[in-house]
Design a protein around this ligand. Structure first.
Ligand code: ASP
Length: 451
């Protein structure tokens, strides 16, 4: 049994939905289908999820948000008409959206999540209708009935363990189950969503719950590439990646697969296959527990922007017992999570996501570090990008760091921070945001040959 998940760009138009249905019906093992909300039709179009957020924001601002809602209905109606499905489907979507808009706004996060979930939920209904019109026995399943229970962290939910046994029943279904991605329910029955892009997580959870043979993740690229293909033409596709390589690269900016979608499949040992909806017969990229293909030492180079560092120094910091703990306590008291903590003998930096650190928090954190830790020179640097090279075989190779730093120096990129995780399968360079694309190209040249 295969679990297949289709991303928003594959479901953006009637033609896209038709292709998705061809793919599903092209293999009788594709028995559980997870869908995203319709995405962008053109580069300057809007995703339905963003349009739904606009609806919610209008309501929260005390406005009726009629134009915003009509725009969403029109997106779905376009797909319904394009597929010659009955108008009653669009009527149902209209009613559903109206009910969500009229919902309680007392808890902002809960209201927003209920609105956001409408994209996947209604898309799943449309896909089910199209599969049925073609004669298939396809049935929509709500995450509530399926038993996908999540923590009540609105917009950032995590799976509750009982979900796996609840969802295991899907294995027995003799029909095609169409399951909306991105959201589930709290134990007290409220809609709650994963982080953005979270339909990938839904697919991974279902794959683990039913013990699928493979989790097929259909998107708009033929395979995962060694660097972001927008950075250069003819970038090498990656035939195979280990879970750990994918996890590192997704974290560092490869947005083909959500970084949290790896964990459920790793635990269940299920391979993931990233494929293009437009060419389902292609091999795509396999993400497996242990890689068999012997490719180069570095398999991928990713980058992500939006980080900042809090740096401090203090003479004899190395001998001060409890310094790190007290620093992390300050970070914890502010409800911040830190990404990395590179350290020297008398210096320490903490890397955080810029978006988490507003001006007031920044001021408080710096004051406390100065007063409580005695580091008068503590400072925050914003505009940092993290560039990562990753590959299982790096661990056994001498000179990878030398090749990388040489390449960055030759490209005139200043390394602000360097960090190699304990796993030794990745190395991370903190560089100025504006230098990141140049840094990635230089590293690609060094490890994969000139572009
Ligand atoms: N539709 C949601 C988003 O745009 C979730 C997803 O597509 O996976 O973030």
């Amino acid at each position: 049994m295969k679990i297949c998940k289709f991303g928003g760009t594959s479901l953006a138009t009637a033609g896209g939905v038709a292709k998705v249905c061809n793919v599903v019906l092209g293999d009788h093992e594709r028995r559980v289908v997870v869908v995203s909300a319709p995405g962008k039709r053109t580069p300057d179009d809007r995703k339905v999820t963003d349009m739904l957020i606009a609806c919610a924001e209008a309501r929260l601002a005390g406005k009726p948000g009629r134009a915003e809602i009509e725009a969403v209905i029109e997106r779905f109606a376009g797909i319904q008409r394009g597929l010659n499905l009955p108008d009653s489907l669009t009527d149902g979507i209209r009613k559903d959206l109206a009910a969500r808009m009229e919902g309680d706004i007392g808890h902002k996060g809960r209201f927003l999540d209920r609105m956001k979930a409408a994209g996947e939920d209604n898309c799943a209904r449309l896909v089910t209708a199209e599969l049925c019109r073609r004669g298939a026995d396809a049935r929509y399943l709500s995450p509530r009935e399926g038993g996908l229970l999540l923590s009540d962290e609105y917009g950032n939910a995590q799976i509750l363990p009982e979900s796996y046994s609840n969802l295991a029943a899907l294995r027995e279904a003799e029909w095609i189950t169409v399951f909306p991605g991105f959201f589930g329910y709290t134990r007290d029955g409220a809609v709650v969503t994963f982080p953005r892009g979270g339909s990938d997580i839904t697919g991974a959870i279902l794959a683990a719950a039913v013990g699928a043979e493979v989790y097929e993740n259909f998107t708009d690229v033929d395979s995962v590439c060694a660097i972001d293909p927008d950075l250069a033409p003819d970038v090498k596709p990656i035939p195979e990646l280990s879970y750990r390589e994918m996890r590192e690269l997704s974290y560092a900016g490869f947005n083909v697969l959500h970084e949290e979608a790896i964990v459920p499949t790793v635990r269940a040992g299920i391979p993931i296959c990233v494929k293009n909806t437009a060419s389902p017969e292609g091999l795509g990229t396999m993400i497996v527990p242990e890689r068999k293909h012997a490719t180069g030492d570095v398999v991928g180079i990713a980058y992500n922007i939006g980080f900042c560092t809090i740096s401090m120094s203090k003479y004899l910091m190395n001998r001060e017992i409890g310094f790190g703990r007290r620093l992390l306590q300050i970070i914890e008291d502010e409800g911040l999570s830190f990404e990395h903590m590179p350290s020297g003998i008398d210096t320490l930096s903490v890397v955080l996501r810029e978006a988490d650190l507003d001006e007031a928090t920044e001021k408080r954190v710096l004051e406390r570090i100065r007063a409580e830790l005695g580091c008068s020179d503590a400072e925050i640097k914003r505009g940092l990008a993290l560039v990562m090279i990753a590959g299982e075989r790096m661990r056994h190779r001498i000179g990878t760091a030398a090749t990388a730093t040489r390449a960055l120096a030759d490209a005139n990129v200043n390394i602000e921070m360097l960090d190699q995780g304990a796993s030794e399968i990745s190395m991370m360079f903190g560089v100025k945001q504006e230098d990141a694309p140049r840094a990635v190209r230089a590293l690609y040249d060094a490890f994969f040959g000139r572009l």
